[in-house]
Design a protein around this ligand. Sequence first.
Ligand code: TXA
Ligand code: MG
Length: 473
Amino acid sequence: METRIFENTKDDIKQAAELIKSGETVVFPTETVYGLGANALDAVAVKKIFAAKGRPSDNPLIVHIADFESAGQFAAEIPETAKLLAEKFCPGPLTMILKKKSVIPDEVSAGLDTVGIRIPADKIAREFLKECGVPVAAPSANVSGRPSPTSFEHVLDDMSGRVSGIIHGENAVVGLESTVIDLTAETPTVLRPGGISVEELRDVLGDVLVSGELKDDGIPKAPGMKYKHYSPKGQTFILSGDVTDVAQFLEKRSKVNPTAVLIFDEFKAFMPKTVVVLSLGSKDVPETAANRLFDCLRECDKLGIKEIYAPEIPDNGLWRAVKNRLYKAASARVINVKNAKSVLFVCTGNTCRSPMAEGIFNNSRKNAIAVSAGLMAGGTRAEENAVKAALEFGADLKNHISRQITKELLENSDIILTMTEAHKKSLPQGLNVKTLAEFANESGDVADPYGCGIEVYRQTAKQINKLIEKLEI
Ligand code: TXA
Ligand code: MG
């Protein structure tokens, strides 16, 4: 598909709006993140959004309008709470969930009887929405699962050739998505923390609940059940611990994998030279962290980073939104650096067993990080059936490339776990090497499923998963 680029001129914005009116998709800037828009009243146009993003159709879209006054055309009721919030925060980074009118098709609301209404503050967005003259349904303009786009460059990376038009705007000012508040609930409930803080909402409404997406320990209530979000290609972890311990840990990791750390400026000087250091601004300025987070995650992808580490984030004000996005990117995996272990899984070709073990292990929330290597390996992707089987255990091996075991890998691993006795015997003496089964207080090898059907791979993944569950790390 040809993607037309529109500049910030009256005429270009008008042409972009024409595309929307004719049922096409256009990406436009907002103060939060770029949005991928289509006419919200046109079910066929809305379907193009889901196709462009690769988004599951059971996730509803936000409807963007130019003025709160027209909300009544799309919402069946405008409660007093909505009026109060609109007065204070609209236009701005807030989405209000209201009972919907039937003009809003099911494709937008994903079958719910509610609709999210947002009035963006960005100047181009407002001009564009006015020109469209129709409400514009728009999710963030990223490929589903990737970090949301906060710059024109991010949008080009994800959406060139997938949409009819892109409006070239400035970098997003807020950098994180809008706060989503459900005003149809008995007590207004924040479903997604965002650009407007819970504290600000409470100042206006009094009682406001926050939907418990994460349990107190930061783990999602339904791990693996919810869609993957904000995920760069590298593995993301949150680090907890003293800055000097963090530095030591990162130095070691950087010898194993290309490693980056997202860090507050106050701690930058402590970081080892071997690690890519990306700034989240000052630890006292959540606005900067919010503004930079997605760009940092995307930068890691550009640099081919395999391990991304980020700091713990406070739980108040705008920090809450930063934490929400970061913890989702990290699947809420927090590593305590003081006693964290580096694990190396070893098999023959590093395309089946050891990558499955690595992936399953890294999902297991142990205080450790794993990599894998092969005795005779290098440069190929994981076997298709290994990818499929591992995915059933929540591990994503899509980006895995096999690698040959090296002295450096062995020396920088605290625990080396092989799939078979034979693998173990072929490694140098004097290292902490055990078979996976042995370390789990079991016996036997994990046999090679190479060349077998999916069922055999499933059994292998199951066996590995069981053994990993038993590891005391
Ligand atoms: O800042 C933003 O909100 C950006 C810009 C483009 O406006 N949009 C955005 O859209 O982040 P999206 O689709 O990436 O995220 C919308 C979120 C989803 O978590 C969705 O489930 C929720 O809002 N949502 C939308 N309509 C809803 C509804 N009727 N009920 C409950 N949740 C809803
Ligand atoms: Mg999104």
